[in-house]
Design a protein around this ligand. Structure first.
Ligand code: THU
Length: 143
């Protein structure tokens, strides 16, 4: 466990404080580490039309893209839990299937098997995108 990764995970936990999740009460935060050292965060954004909910990872990645920094993303930290318990579950909270596909876009564009640091009660566990989404479909397949 490196200090800088622990800091990224901590920023993901803090980002969950801005979650708008009145329906599930499940708060998720994400922190993206860019190649410059800059960190971009995001949190889940729910909607009364439940299926329109945006996950924290998707919000953060779209935020990076709208700043022109999609290709600068190198690492991702994710933390989730019921309000007041973010990052406290015994098992790591990992990105949902749709978010894995969104992360795949970044992985292909940057030719990086992005590490995804997933918070749990005693720290975090790191998965590579290829572990979370083996045999995934991405932009490289369209060439
Ligand atoms: N959620 C995320 O933000 N990211 C994930 O990877 C999994 C799920 C959110 C969506 C919804 O607001 C809440 O967690 C419960 O599913």
């Amino acid at each position: 466990m490196t200090d800088s990764t622990q800091k990224l995970v901590q920023l993901a936990i803090e980002a969950a404080q801005t979650a708008y999740a009145p329906y599930s009460n499940f708060h998720v935060g994400t922190a993206l580490l860019l190649d410059t050292g800059e960190i971009i965060t995001g949190s889940n954004f729910e909607n009364a039309s439940y299926g329109m909910t945006l996950c924290a990872e998707t919000v953060a990645i779209a935020k990076a893209n709208s700043d022109g920094k999609l290709r600068a993303i190198r690492e991702i930290a994710v933390a989730g839990g019921l309000a007041g318990h973010v990052g406290k579950a015994a098992d790591p909270i990992t990105p949902c299937g749709r978010c894995r596909q969104i992360i795949k876009e970044v992985a292909d564009l940057t030719d990086t098997d992005i590490p995804v640091h997933c918070a749990h009660a005693t720290g975090y566990e790191t998965f590579r995108l290829s572990e979370l989404l083996p045999h995934g479909f991405g932009p490289a397949n369209l060439k």
